[in-house]
Design a protein around this ligand. Structure first.
Ligand code: GLA
Length: 381
């Protein structure tokens, strides 16, 4: 049943508006967004849909088709709901819109979709961006996408309490069909880069829930700040790791704590890889692009230490398949998914062999998605 059909069943009439916000996969540029760096994600063809209609009062009735649960709250008193954490993204977005002076109306709505949860494919960002896109459409506002993106991130950082960067909300809002998006996370300038039709993005879900992801994410964030301070002591005027080049880092090697050096080395080298990768993608050189993806994985595994046995196994298996150009972990790490660039003709066989190899090696089942890069929630707004 679609979300629109669930709405009809629950409320007895078709919804007034239906909006869709996709999940994402990041091709390259991991753990760079909160360091003011570069990223190259694509929105995928798995999304969260909101279907709803206005009410005449100031109450929101929301039903989650995924959790088979509903909540009700007043727009005049929005606070966190520990019993229904899925509703907090909607609550946070609604609260901050109101705080910013965008007066909401009560609504009946249903939300749900097929972005796997806790898999590193940004289902949370899709729920947040979807909520903002829903209000935007229902109330006919025409909000600026950049405002929506920042608001959605604020809801995640401050209301839900997860210290993420801006990549996920950005791509869920402004991804484009058959394109990746090259984003400068410092000044938020971006451009869409076409993806070739003869190559597929294949995502392998390790099935490992990212239990450590949040606490270790915060540790990495602090380590990056500490590395900047250490590097600044050597006379390199850096506000963030974005401002550091590999030669600055080499000059700081003697004074920087070795662990901080490795963390910074990942971020600085990854920024370089993203810039090169974009040029290669634009030039159609996917072989070299794939090599950079491979290097990114090594760097995340060895310098940044956010991979895990399951992700490394999926990457190893992937690299032994015919038609593979590159394979790496994607997202925050400690579980979740790998992203693979595979020649279109080889994608189906790839999926079967990796799933079989993963089960043989670790006794675990991997879900494999051959993805299509898709439009973001606000791309035509
Ligand atoms: C998570 C965060 C993003 C980004 C990635 C790592 O997905 O939400 O902001 O930091 O991890 O690249």
């Amino acid at each position: 049943m679609t979300i629109g059909e669930s709405f009809l069943q629950l409320y007895g009439s078709p919804p007034e508006v239906v909006v869709r916000a996709p999940g994402r996969v990041n091709l390259i540029g991991e753990h760079t967004d909160y360091n003011d760096g570069f990223v190259l994600p694509a929105a995928i063809d798995r999304a969260i849909t909101y279907a709803g209609r206005r009410r005449t009062d100031r109450r929101v009735h929301a039903y989650s088709a995924d959790f088979h649960a509903s909540v009700e709250f007043s727009l005049d008193d929005i606070h966190k709901d520990m019993q229904h954490p899925w509703s907090n993204f909607l609550r946070g977005v609604s609260k901050y819109l109101e705080e910013d002076g965008h007066r909401l109306a009560g609504a009946d709505l249903v939300l749900g979709g097929d972005v796997p949860r806790e898999a590193g494919l940004s289902s949370s960002a899709a729920v947040e961006v979807g909520a903002a896109a829903f209000w935007n459409r229902l109330l006919g506002w025409g909000l600026d996408p950049l405002y929506v993106i920042k608001l959605a991130r604020r809801a995640e950082n401050q209301f839900v309490g997860v210290p993420c960067g801006i990549m996920d909300q950005f791509i869920s809002a402004l991804g484009r069909r058959d394109h990746a998006l090259f984003l400068d996370c410092r000044n938020l300038s971006y451009r869409h880069v076409p993806l070739r039709a003869d190559v597929k993005i294949v995502v392998c879900n390790s099935g490992v829930k990212r239990a450590l992801a949040q606490s270790e994410y915060e540790v990495r964030l602090k380590q990056c700040r500490a590395a900047v301070a250490g590097i600044a002591n050597t006379g390199c005027a850096a506000e963030s790791l974005r401002d550091v080049e590999l030669f600055d880092l080499a000059a700081a090697r003697g004074v920087l704590d070795p662990l901080l050096f490795r963390r910074a080395h990942h971020v600085v080298s990854e920024n370089g890889r993203v810039r090169e990768a974009v040029k290669l993608l634009e030039a159609g050189n996917l072989e070299r692009f794939g090599e950079l993806m491979n290097q990114s994985h090594e760097s995340l595994r060895d310098d940044y230490e956010v991979s895990c046995k399951e992700l490394d196994t999926l990457v190893e298996l992937a690299r032994n398949q015919p038609g593979v150009l590159g394979a790496r972990m994607t997202g925050a790490g400690f579980g979740g998914c790998t992203v693979n660039l595979v020649r279109a003709g080889a994608a189906e066989a790839f999926a079967g062999s990796v799933a079989e190899g993963y089960e043989k090696a670790l006794g675990l089942k991997a879900e494999i998605y051959v993805c299509q890069a898709s439009d973001g929630a606000l791309v035509s707004a």
